[in-house]
Design a protein around this ligand. Structure first.
Ligand code: T4K
Length: 368
């Protein structure tokens, strides 16, 4: 029985990667913003249609630094969603800010903008929405709210690399957007991530912050850490970017196959197809609500035959032990998110997942 895991990293051929890293053996330049770093940064700026990309060693530190760059007042409230990976909430809290958890929408699991506006107080300083599973948040409404109340917006776009709204890349909304280039993502640099932004005034800050705040040989302007992307990571990104369109097209076939088997089955709910959005087919979430098997039963049935679905995102971040004593924590105020977290399963999805395997997975889900 071959195991099927929830995802499998996209990789270039061994030869292609070796060719890309060959010159590193000649230069001995392995990290600290070398030629590969520069090349990837420029290629990403062109691909995403954004003026500035600051590369990071992972998406989490990219998000932490993006939030830090806005210099928000300690103790300020940041409205965000608990239906996400631990990273989103941690990045807010590790910046000395207070997460205020907003509920999500039932159809696409992104932040509910009506509830968001109701949560704004005189302590609110920013919004950190999440394009969860690659589904775009309501960027137009969030922009309207942010302008009305003078709030900063930093998108956690970890899942949304390659996604476009009305032809515009997910990189281009809010004050900044963070992409994750982790091994499990549609586009990977092994580990990695970036901050995308338009305002020139953040160029120095975001690039220096990942290198101890060092600006020049005798100038340290910020209290930064070490979050640099190294040359091997960047080389992987350069290779993977060449194949990205193919990878997304292959993922699309897998998703279409899943939809053809699961759409319309009583008690099974699929994520809605968003209007004006070009998807990257990052994840395939399925909600079991009133189905003949519970989510946990489906999870166990799949696991019993070597199929590794995942409960992304359960538990909600507002129920984590580390936030138990937070005044804003608890799942009561986010009932839709809690409902989804108890019922959702993300099914295996990667470019090379065969359609026969998708059938096998669906047979287990639909079987007696
Ligand atoms: N914001 C959001 C909304 C995020 O989802 C994430 C990360 C972040 C921020 C932070 O970005 P990064 O700092 O990670 O760049 C995984 C990933 O580690 C994490 O990147 C991701 N979100 C999260 C949703 O999933 P785990 O603990 O579930 O991963 P793991 O090790 O169980 O791997 C899942 C499957 O992927 C494996 O069953 C097989 C496959 N896999 C895994 C690895 C590590 C590969 O094929 N190759 C690999 O190298 O967290």
């Amino acid at each position: 029985m071959t195991k099927i895991l929830v995802t499998r990293s996209s990789m270039p051929s061994y030869e292609e990667y070796c060719e890309e890293i060959k010159d590193l053996w000649e230069s001995h330049w392995l990290t600290n913003m070398g030629v590969k770093h520069k090349k990837l940064q420029e290629e990403l700026e062109a691909y995403l249609g954004i003026s500035h990309v600051a590369l990071y060693t992972n998406g989490h530190l990219a998000l932490e630094n993006a939030i830090a760059s806005l210099n928000l007042p300690t103790g300020g409230e940041v409205i965000t969603t608990p239906f996400t990976f631990a990273s989103t909430t941690h990045a807010i809290v590790r910046n000395g800010l207070v997460p205020v958890f907003c509920d999500i929408k039932e159809d696409d699991y992104t932040i509910d903008t009506v509830k968001l506006e109701q949560l704004i107080t005189d302590k609110t300083v920013a919004i950190v929405p999440v394009h969860v599973y690659g589904n775009m948040c309501d960027v137009e409404e969030i922009d309207r709210i942010a302008k009305k109340y003078g709030l900063k917006v930093i998108y956690d776009a970890a899942h949304a690399f390659g996604v476009k709204y009305k032809g515009v890349s997910a990189a281009c909304f809010g004050d900044a957007s963070m992409f994750s280039f982790h091994a499990t993502k549609v586009f990977n640099t092994i580990e990695g991530g970036c901050v995308c932004f338009k305002d020139d005034k953040f160029v120095t800050l975001l690039n220096d912050m990942k290198n101890f705040g060092i600006h020049g040989p005798e100038s340290v302007q910020y209290v930064g850490g070490n979050a640099k992307m190294n040359e091997f990571q960047a080389a992987m990104g350069i290779c993977n970017l060449r194949h990205l369109n193919d990878e997304i097209a292959k993922r699309k076939r897998v998703v279409e196959k899943y939809r053809s088997r699961l759409e319309g089955v009583e008690g099974i709910k699929l994520s809605s197809i968003q209007k004006d959005v070009e998807s990257n087919y990052a994840y395939f979430p399925v909600v079991f609500d009133g189905y003949k098997y519970t989510r946990n039963e489906v999870f166990e049935k799949l696991a019993a035959v070597g199929i590794g679905a995942r409960k992304y995102f359960y538990p909600l971040t507002n129920s984590f032990e580390c936030y138990r004593n937070y005044p804003t924590a608890g799942t009561k105020k986010t009932p839709i998110a809690q409902h989804m977290a108890l019922r959702v399963l993300t099914l295996p999805l990667y470019a090379d997942l065969s359609l026969e395997d998708v059938d096998r997975i669906c047979d287990v889900i639909l079987g007696e």
